[in-house]
Design a protein around this ligand. Sequence first.
Ligand code: TNX
Length: 537
Amino acid sequence: MKKLIFILSIWTISFGIFAQNQYNIIPVPQKLEAQIGVFTVNDKTVIVGNAAWGDVAELLNTQLNTLNGWNKKVVADSKKLVKGSIQFVQDGSIPEEGYKLDVSTKQVVISAKTAKGAFYGVQTLLQLLPTDVFKDGKVEGVKWSIPCCKIEDAPRYSYRGLHLDVGRHFSPVSFIKKYIDLIALHKFNTFHWHLTEDQGWRIEIKKYPKLTEIGSVRKETLVGKYGSGKYDGKPYGGFYTQEEVKEVIAYAKKKYVTIVPEIEMPGHAQAALAAYPELGCNQDKIYQVHTTWGVSNDVFCPREETFTFLENVLTEVIDLFPSQYIHIGGDECPKDQWKTSRFCQDLMKKEGLKDEHELQSYFIRRIDKFITSKGRKMIGWDEILEGGLSPNATVMSWRGEEGGILAAKQNHDVIMTPGSHLYLDHYQADPKTEPLAIGGFLTLEKVYSYEPAPKELTAEQKKFILGLQANVWTEYMQTTNQIEYMVFPRACAVSEVAWSPSSSRNFGDFTNRLKTHIERLGNLKVNYAKSFLAEKK
Ligand code: TNX
């Protein structure tokens, strides 16, 4: 008897270790029960789709076909379970974005309530397969085995975002698509596309062609650190046509990623003013697209013409983007020009506004009213709290969590994006050995330690924290290679904070899983940073 117990316990321990090495899923699922055995995918394996989720089954099928040179078709749905298949099953009891995955030696069943949940089930399934599944093109000699398990999974937060600033440095459509793939792989559901900046306007607006003709090009390229860098004398630019924007939105839709577009106002507007100087407070001034980093003093003037312009721009943006949220910026708006403008001072008197913060609030409220009238929701950076928060606003808290806490206490929805934990433009390791970055110091471990539900809030107030987002400002990211380096693997840590239950947070376990995950990233040709490997030693 003793002998049997001994054998059994040795077996359990070794299975435990073995199991750990097999299930390297990021973000870690809510519940995973390891089982013995494997299911092997081969040319006989049928994928049984669910009629309503055709695209999801197709994504998996296409990938397996490409890797193996197969020419298989997804089989239409079946009322019964089909032995030997990978089958999609609808189950109304599962949460919106959740899924169940049941892998036995006989069959793989992905159950979900929605197509989106089924899509996340596929993301997990892909991570259970050998990492070669993330390669592009045919691979030889891989046994496609999936370790048996039962998984029940659903996200902790409903808003899980990754942002990209294309204003400072422009990223081509091909990269935006790759970025969206990576967003989806990590079960993020939102891509915040920061489209306008002092240093460049990047989206075509049909009514105002000069925004891109003039506003998307800066005279020179700054190379090196702001303040001591050099200009190379070459113009720098780029923008997305509306056709390209539509193509990106359609692409994102297939990956269940919502794109939140951002049009900055009233600050970060110098490129727009270079195109249409009449929108500034000093209408005789000749503006240029900003060539240095940092915040420009040239901001939109709150004249009627400016509101007409912004409403026209937003109308085109709303027509393009199906997203519920429209981001209007609102951050870092220097008030110097409003202080010296006769027009602004008169307007403040007329509207009974006591200072320039209230004038900014007046500005944002008007825009909020417009966006709300279009059936959408306005979201802005936490400066929109200053001078009084507009009634329908959602707040992105970036200067720490204070703004988010304040907004939640006023019953406004909040997305947490504090610079202290979620700014992926900060150094991730010793600046002496890292490529030039904007500053800050944010290790993988610190990102992973982030807890988005501040203690200052009651349980009721915490419900206003819809989720979190990591931001990627590109002043010092001149190439897409450098963006990848700064974003990965730190975004992997963000994904786990956003998706997985806080009770499963364990940095050691995460970095163990990450060893396999970076193989996936490598196969996807992502230039991830390796500094965290040194950090671990
Ligand atoms: C602050 S975060 C900004 C950006 C900069 C970033 C650099 C925010 C709303 N505004 O314009 O790029 O810092 O870390």
